[in-house]
Design a binder for this molecule. Sequence first.
Ligand SMILES: Cc1ncc(COP(=O)(O)O)c(C=O)c1O
Length: 503
Amino acid sequence: MSSNTKSSEQPMAKDFSSFLSLEGASRKKSPLKSLLRFMGGDMISLGGGLPHPSTFPFYSLSAEVKSMDPTLNAESATNNTKAASALGDLVTVPHGPQPGKIENLSASLQYGIGTGIKSLREFCKEHVNQMHRPQYQDWDVILSAGNTDAFAKTIAMLCSRGDKILVEEWTYPAALEMIDPLGVGHVPVKMDGEGMSAVALKDLLDNWGSTPEQANDTKPCVVYLIPTGQNPTGATMSIQRRRDIMQVAQEHNLILIEDDPYYYLQFFAGEDEQKDGQTNGTSENSQSGWVPSLLSMDTDGRVIRLDTFSKTLAPGCRVGYMSMNAHFCTIAQYHNEVTIQQPSGFSQALLAEMLISHWGQEGYTRYLFENVRTEYLKRSQHLQMCYNKYVVPQFASFIKPSAGMFIWIKVHVDQHPRYGTVSDSALMLEVFRSCVENNVLMVPGWQFSCKPKPADIDPSDVLNVWFDDQATYLRATFAYASFEQMEQAMARFGQSLSKTFAA
Ligand SMILES: Cc1ncc(COP(=O)(O)O)c(C=O)c1O
C-alpha cells in the first residue's frame, strides 16, 4: 500500500523493523489473498472460494440516518429526536451496480483483502489527511474492528512475552487485561492534569536500570497513551505536552501508540462558562480547532494512531482505523487477513454510503464538531454543575475535563475523622459501599491502577475490595445518564460522602 497524499518534501518513515516482535516480523501475506489482485477485467476466476452473491439473501441495506444537509435547520435537527428523524436521510446500499466509487452490497459482503473496503478506507485516509496532516510520505491507513482490535494487533506486532510497555499511571483497564495474559508487562509513568508527564517519562528512561525491579528488564520502547479526554482521568495533553512527549520519543527511540477514541469529544476554551478550578488539559486549542494529534507531529513514522467510530457514530459499528507507517500497516493487514479479515461488511457498506454519498468529508467533520462534541460538552457542564451543587468541596474534588466522557473525582480521605487510623483503601471502600447503598454507581479508582493486583483478591468482589491506597478516586461519566439522573446521582453522591465523612 502506498500513500496517495505524498509530498516529496516530506521525509520517508524511519525503519522500525527492529521493533517488531517475532510474531510481527513473521507475518506474511496470505497466498490465497494474493490471487485477488488478478481479479477484474477479462480474468475468469475459478480461484478463490468466494460464495456466489446470488446466495446472499440481502437485496439492499437501508438505514435512516441523520441528515447533514447544511440547508436544513440545524436547530431542529439537533434538539428533537422526532424532528431529527423527520429530517433523516435514507441511505441505501443496493445489491447491484452502484454509480460512483462505492462498492455495492454484494461486494461489501464478499471476502476481500485485510485493509477493509476501498471506498471507506480511502474516506478514512482522506479524513486523517485533512485532520492530522501527517508529516512523512509513506503513512497509510487500514480499517480495524475498533480500537480494542487495533490495540491487540499493535501489541502482537511489537511485543513479545517478557516485554514491558510504558503506560499512564491510571489507564484503560482493558488494555492491561489484554496484555497481562500475553506475559507483556507494563510500567506506569506519572501523570498530571495534562496526562502523562514528559518529564517523568524522560526521567524514567534516562535512568532505566537503576532500580532493582528494572535491573533485569530491557528498556521499554513502546508507550501506550490516551492523549485526549484520557480514560479514566479526563486529562487532555496540551500542545506543548505533546511536543515534549514527541521529543522524548525521538530521544529514546520509542513507538507511541496513540489510542484516541475521545479525540472528537473536545470542549474548547470559552465554551465552558465555569470559572472555578483548574482545567484538566489545555485551552490552547480554542482558536485553531482540534488539538494537534501526536500523529500530526510525527516526522519519523513512530506513532501508531488508533481511531474508532465507537464514540462518534456507534460502538456497535465495530469499525475503526489505524494510521501509521506503511510497513506497520502492511503487517496489520496480514494480521487482519488471518483474524477478522475485515470489519463487518454490513457496517462498512452502510458507513461508506452514509459518509461518502450523504455526508462527505465536510458533513462528517461538521457532525463531529457540531453534534458529537457539543452533546458531550453540555453533558459535561451539567454533571459539573450538579456536582458543585451537591458535593461538599472539603470531601472531594476533580479537575475539569476539556475532552472525553469522564470526571475523575478525588476523594479527600485525609479529611475523614478516622484518617490515619485505618487505611485509605478502607475509607474508600466505605465511600463506595455508601454510594452503592444510596443507588449511585461510579467506577472504583483502583480498577484503573497499574499496580499488580494481589493474587488473593477477587476483583469482581467490588463491595469488599479496594486494593490500592493511592487510588482514592472514583470515575464518573456524563456520557449516558439523562440530565435528571445526573442531578439525582450527584445529590446521592453528596449525601453518601457527607454521611461517610461524619462517621
Ligand atoms: C481508551 C480506550 N480505548 C479503546 C476503547 C474501546 O474502543 P473500541 O470500541 O473502538 O474498541 C475505549 C472504550 O471505552 C477506551 O476508553
